[in-house]
Design a protein around this ligand. Structure first.
Ligand code: FAD
Length: 394
């Protein structure tokens, strides 16, 4: 269902959806989604890429002109400028997302923190870049985050590491506050999420006293997030600060289930997709009902949930461009949602991942996996591209 009787917006309008794409761009996207729709190739891809990088085969330009171009803005902030302007022409905003993953030493954590600060500086006073974002795992070791999350006793060296992590997070949030750029803290695997939630809450307590600057992220594929949402709201009420929340379904479902089965604990993931969808929409409704205190961003490619939020906004007399409500999709995905919403006057912002090709590979592999024919996104993307190609041909 891409249109419902309550909302008069249609996500099927491919003319609006692909306005920014030339015919050859469309053709390229078509072949790319065809390719990532191949389960066999996507399964084998990561291993083949590792071998190719190891053998120093000249594959960088192949990746750069295909999957990287579809899902990333470039290798640096400067590289992203063209894409930022191209989206802005259609009222689609940008979040610069430095997507380098898997670092494990202090030097890299400091470099990542500096780069995130550069994204905040770039966003300052630019209405086309209303948010910045970071992943806590880019600023500290996973093992450390896991120990903090489980309240394990930290060794002296780890206590210092933890202090350094808090300093980095504080530096980033302080910069965001000073330059008035809102900042998302991404949600990650459940076994490190307690540490992230605690850091996010402590930052909101400091920086959200006048409005939401720092946003935590809720993954609604977890069955405990509705109660966490209510607790977060109560904490914000008691602490007298605003709650900033990005609401997503969650990106690590298979990994979560596998780990829970392997280690023999009960999975934090909902029993089925239906329960996840139900909680997602419940969370949207809860936030909209408390909009005086909560600012939200719906990070989703789900059409029904996007329509649900539109309806909730209308029912609660919230203006389409109210600063407290944003819709967000990833670059290269679900342009039919982003561009049609922006065309109707809603606040839309695209995550624009960037970074050196080799270092953003984990991100790109996740996108390819999400777009295999199993998960179903490809079918929708392809059918829309074909529809637009036919429309233009006529
Ligand atoms: C702007 C933006 C920001 C994001 N930020 C984050 C982030 O910080 N952290 C993060 O983890 N992810 C993040 N994501 C990814 C997001 O969590 C989803 O993986 C992705 O968007 C797909 O969900 P959907 O709502 O778009 O659509 P849908 O296609 O409707 O939902 C697919 C999702 O539903 C859930 N699901 C599928 N099957 C089941 C099942 N059987 N049982 C329970 N749940 C199921 C999974 O989460 C799956 O990814 C972000 C996505 C966007 C667009």
């Amino acid at each position: 269902m891409s249109k419902n009787k309550m909302s008069n917006i249609s996500f099927d309008n491919t003319e609006i959806a692909f306005k920014a794409k030339s015919m050859s761009d469309l053709q390229k996207s078509y072949w790319l989604f065809k390719l990532v729709g191949n389960n066999f190739l996507v399964k084998l891809g990561p291993a083949l890429l590792n071998i190719a990088f190891f053998l120093r085969l000249p594959i960088k330009s192949l990746i750069k002109n295909t999957i990287f171009e579809q899902f990333c803005g470039g290798e640096s902030i400067k590289d992203c400028e063209k894409r930022i302007q191209s989206l802005a022409r259609y009222n689609v905003n940008t979040i610069l997302d430095y997507s380098v993953e898997g670092s494990s030493n202090k030097e890299n954590f400091d470099l990542t923190a500096s780069e995130i600060i550069r994204t905040i500086e770039r966003a300052k006073d630019d209405e086309n870049i209303p948010f910045a974002v970071f992943k806590t795992s880019g600023l500290a070791r996973i093992e450390l985050l896991e120990k903090i999350s489980t309240n394990s006793t930290l060794k002296e060296k780890e206590k210092i590491e933890f202090e350094l992590l808090k300093d980095r997070v504080k530096l980033i949030c302080q910069k965001a506050y000073d330059l008035e750029v809102r900042i998302f803290i991404d949600a990650e695997e459940s076994w490190i999420q307690n540490a992230i939630d605690d850091l996010a809450t402590s930052m909101m307590r400091i920086y959200n006293t006048e409005k939401a600057i720092v946003y935590n992220t809720l993954q609604m594929y977890r069955w405990d997030r509705i109660s966490f949402l209510k607790q977060s709201y109560a904490d914000a009420e008691n602490g007298n600060y605003y709650l900033g929340l990005k609401i997503v379904r969650g990106a690590y479902m298979e990994k979560e289930r596998e780990r829970a089965a392997e280690l023999g604990y009960s999975s934090p993931i909902q029993k089925d997709k239906e329960s996840c969808d139900k909680d997602y929409d419940l969370a949207l409704a809860y936030c909209i009902n408390h909009i005086d205190k909560i600012a939200i961003c719906a990070g989703t490619h789900n059409e029904k949930s996007s329509l649900k939020l539109i309806d909730l906004m209308r029912e609660n007399n919230i203006l389409k461009d109210d600063n407290r409500v944003y819709f967000s999709q990833l670059l290269g995905m679900s342009d039919h949602i982003s561009f049609n919403l922006a065309n109707e006057g809603y606040n839309v912002v695209k995550y624009m991942p960037y970074g050196p090709v080799k270092l953003v590979m984990p991100y790109l592999i996740r996108r390819a996996q999400e777009n295999t024919s199993i998960s179903g996104q490809t079918g929708r993307e392809l059918s829309l591209i074909i529809k637009e190609r036919n429309r233009r041909a006529i």
